[in-house]
Design a protein around this ligand. Structure first.
Ligand code: FMN
Length: 201
């Protein structure tokens, strides 16, 4: 192999390795970009987020990014076909960080008046200390913010999204809760792919 050819082969291999590490793949017509984003202080919601991402990745063609809400940029949001948001329950509602994230859709990213998130798929997940301490309210307020942005909200795992109880008699995240989270991720990626395919017709 001549030196220039060897360099070319090495550069191609390097590019492919980078793609594999970053989780990015070529953006083909059947690919969907799913953003999984969350706030988590003690790690429970993060654990659910990883399982949601895992479920989404299981759908052929899904490109999945996993980020904390504070790390999400405008291009992350606008290049996504689906956004799945997770929050711990704080006082029976989403945490302030997650609310700020949604407020920043306007303050930082300027979604309005064009409704830049319109027709993207949205979904929610939550963790809460108590069995009946506000997980469903938390997911519903996340979905409400998405509906206000004219997104297409879907459930998966449970009726309003995936959730886990993390304290008291049910400490941590169990396998059933992780399976719910994977279900949610998978369903969101599947629906996003259906919508993208439908929009091409
Ligand atoms: C300020 C604060 C308020 C909370 N309020 C509630 C609540 O209203 N209901 C509930 O079930 N859990 C509540 N919790 C418990 C958390 O929701 C729970 O521990 C959660 O799993 C933490 O998620 P993380 O590990 O991702 O930070 C609260 C925790 C904090 C710190």
């Amino acid at each position: 192999m001549t030196v220039p050819v060897r360099w070319f082969v090495m550069l191609c291999a390097w590019g492919l390795a980078l793609q594999a590490v970053s989780g990015l793949a070529a953006d083909g017509p059947d690919s969907v970009a799913v953003l999984v984003t969350y706030h988590s202080l003690s790690g429970s919601t993060e654990k659910m987020a990883r399982a949601v991402a895992e479920g989404a990745k299981a759908v052929p063609g899904a490109r999945v990014a996993l980020k904390r809400v504070g790390e999400v940029t405008g291009p992350d949001l606008f290049s996504s076909d689906a956004v799945i948001v997770g929050s711990p329950v704080y006082w029976s509602n989403m945490s302030g960080e997650v609310k700020t994230f949604f407020d920043n859709w306007q303050f930082k990213f300027g979604v309005f008046p064009e409704f830049k998130m319109r027709n993207k798929v949205g979904a929610a997940f939550a963790t809460g200390g108590q069995v009946s301490g506000g997980k469903e309210v938390t997911m519903l307020t996340i979905l409400a913010a998405m509906l206000g942005n004219q997104m297409i909200v879907v459930s998966g795992g449970g009726a309003f999204g995936a959730s886990a109880t993390t304290e008291g008699d049910s400490p941590g995240i169990d396998d059933k809760e992780l399976a719910e989270a994977r279900d949610l991720g998978r369903r969101v990626a599947e629906v996003a792919a259906l919508i993208k395919r439908g929009a091409r017709k």
